[in-house]
Design a protein around this ligand. Structure first.
Ligand code: ZN
Ligand code: ZN
Ligand code: ZN
Ligand code: ZN
Length: 215
């Protein structure tokens, strides 16, 4: 390995670990602007924050994307509770530092260079053909030769990239929804626990009696 190559590998490693810091825990992509910073110092794409918030607070009346009366959700990274004002996620502070770092990173790093070209997988049957289409009928990625002459001749296919994007979006929307629902259920559990404590306080004897004596 010559020196230039060694330096570029070291640089690559540095950039990879920087990139990890810039990944949103919900969409699993590099943060999309605007990026908001939560009170716990964790960051989220504003869109992703809004997705979690919407599923944590399904009954809050909304008006043109903003809520009428505040609401809350939990940080997906540390579970810290985020209390919002009437502007909803639009009331959260943007993290301009992170946004600028992302801009710089993209300028610096995501430029077409032959060195970065990833090997695209090729078809097992047709070794010169790249896997670039998706068979909707069989739910597998495949190559165009398979579609034209091969085992997927009679199948319905679509470009692999567009299917990838659609499924990825569905998945990250699903993650946001689950995180939000989880918050909501945790909230209900705490309320129930609170109710139990109140009952124990107002009827201390019930708490001391063995269960069968209450029947
Ligand atoms: Zn995101
Ligand atoms: Zn957090
Ligand atoms: Zn093939
Ligand atoms: Zn097929």
């Amino acid at each position: 390995m010559n020196n230039t190559r060694g330096e570029s590998v070291a640089r690559q490693i540095r950039m990879d670990s920087l990139e990890k810091q810039l990944i949103c825990p919900i969409c699993l992509e590099m943060f999309t602007k605007p990026v908001v910073i939560l009170p716990c110092q964790h960051n989220l794409c504003r869109k992703c924050a809004n997705d979690i918030f919407q599923s944590s607070n399904p009954y809050l009346p909304t008006r043109g994307g903003t809520v009428a009366s505040g609401g809350r959700f939990r940080c997906p990274s540390c579970r810290h509770e985020v209390v919002l004002d009437r502007h909803g996620v639009y009331g959260l502070q943007r993290n301009l530092l992170v946004e600028n770092i992302i801009d710089m990173y993209k300028q610096e790093y995501i430029r077409p260079s032959p060195e970065r070209k990833v090997d695209q997988p090729v078809c097992e049957v047709h070794e010169d053909e790249k896997i670039n289409i998706y068979c909707l009928t069989c739910s597998v990625p495949t190559c165009s030769m398979c579609k034209v002459f091969g085992s997927h001749k009679d199948c319905e296919v679509a470009p692999l990239n567009s299917i990838y994007q659609t499924q990825k979006t569905e998945l990250s929307d699903g993650i946001a929804m689950m995180v939000g629902n989880n918050d909501r259920i945790q909230g209900i559990i705490s309320q129930l626990e609170e109710t139990c404590r109140t009952i124990e306080v107002s009827h201390p004897v019930w708490g001391l009696l063995p269960p069968q004596s209450l029947a």
